[in-house]
Ligand binder design. Structure first.
Ligand SMILES: Nc1ncnc2c1ncn2[C@@H]1O[C@H](COP(=O)(O)OP(=O)(O)OP(=O)(O)O)[C@@H](O)[C@H]1O
Ligand SMILES: [Mg+2]
Length: 273
């Protein structure tokens, strides 16, 4: 990955670890996990628990961190398939439930819905129909694989991320774990093109959910009768939101490169040629 180029092995390893911790913490916190950033880093690096915090929260951050590693490996893969998404689902859903309607590592088997509040009005909206999911996800995987091949510059990658993310959560192909998986896999074009991942800040959860709800209220959810993503001001707003959040990882990368430059300069000063 290009953003790691020029870094010594130890700095590279530490940067990847910072991204893994930050991504895991923010994404699980958005979903309600109670571990702090420091606690998440501690659990992941030491393999020890935090007294009084739920076991489920520990399992969740461990599973998410493993899913990040799997995602890094997927960057090297030419074509992403439904099986790759099923593998991520098995990891993200750390608590396996024995229920036909809650399959782990498979598409949802019944419809799911949510409440949205837009323009001072509450509405109940259904995500894409479960029987359309296999076909819709084929289209979604086409969009992902095309973006993986063709997105090279920052604006292309950002655009691909926003479209992949919006359509994935609109389809809501799994009974649970959709948000966490969307926040992981929509980043593949970023990583492939050599940029760090877009990490949605947990403090921005309200803006995030509001942007998704506004888009959904304007365009509805994906269906086989229309394009997966609808262009317009709501897509633009979500893209701008994603761009602002990119700062989190960009700053970590910048910090690592600054450390490297200082290290190189000190070495040159200590051993002038
Ligand atoms: N109105 C909406 N339209 C589309 N997607 C939405 C909407 N509201 C929320 N979402 C997405 O659905 C996710 C929640 O779905 P789900 O519970 O399947 O995912 P999760 O990973 O278990 O939870 P979370 O995403 O909260 O971490 C949200 O994080 C967000 O990404
Ligand atoms: Mg959930």
């Amino acid at each position: 990955m290009k953003f790691l180029e020029g870094l010594s092995d130890d700095i590279k390893k530490n940067l990847l670890e910072q991204l893994r911790v930050s991504w895991t913490h923010t994404s699980t916190a958005i979903e309600g996990n109670t571990l702090t950033l420091g606690e998440t880093a501690f659990v992941l690096s030491e393999g020890l628990t935090i007294g009084g915090k739920p076991l489920k929260d520990h399992r969740e951050v461990e599973s998410h961190a493993r899913a990040v590693d799997v995602l890094y490996n997927l960057v090297r893969k030419d074509e992403i398939t439904a099986d790759d998404l099923f593998d991520l689902h098995r990891l993200v859903i750390s608590e396996h439930v024995l229920d036909f309607y809650k399959p782990v590592g498979a598409w949802k088997r019944e419809n799911n819905s949510t409440n949205i509040t837009v323009g001072g009005r509450q509405t109940m909206v259904e995500y894409s129909n479960h029987w359309e999911v296999p076909k819709l996800m084929e289209c979604w995987l086409d969009m992902l694989n095309t973006a993986n091949q063709s997105s090279k510059e920052r604006p292309d990658v950002l655009n691909a991320y926003a479209k992949l993310h919006l359509s994935f959560v609109g389809i809501h192909p799994f009974w649970d774990g959709n948000g966490r998986i969307a926040r992981l896999v929509s980043n593949l074009p970023c990583l492939k093109a050599g940029f760090p991942p877009i990490i949605i800040a947990k403090e921005k959860r309200y803006d995030y959910i509001t942007a998704l709800a506004e888009y959904q209220s304007a365009h509805g959810v994906p269906s086989l009768k229309k394009e997966l993503v609808q262009e317009g001001p709501h897509l633009n707003k979500f893209r701008t939101f994603c761009e602002l959040n990119w700062q989190i990882s960009m700053e970590l990368v910048e910090q690592a490169h600054t450390l490297q430059r200082n290290r190189d300069r000190n070495a040159r000063n200590a051993f002038p040629s």
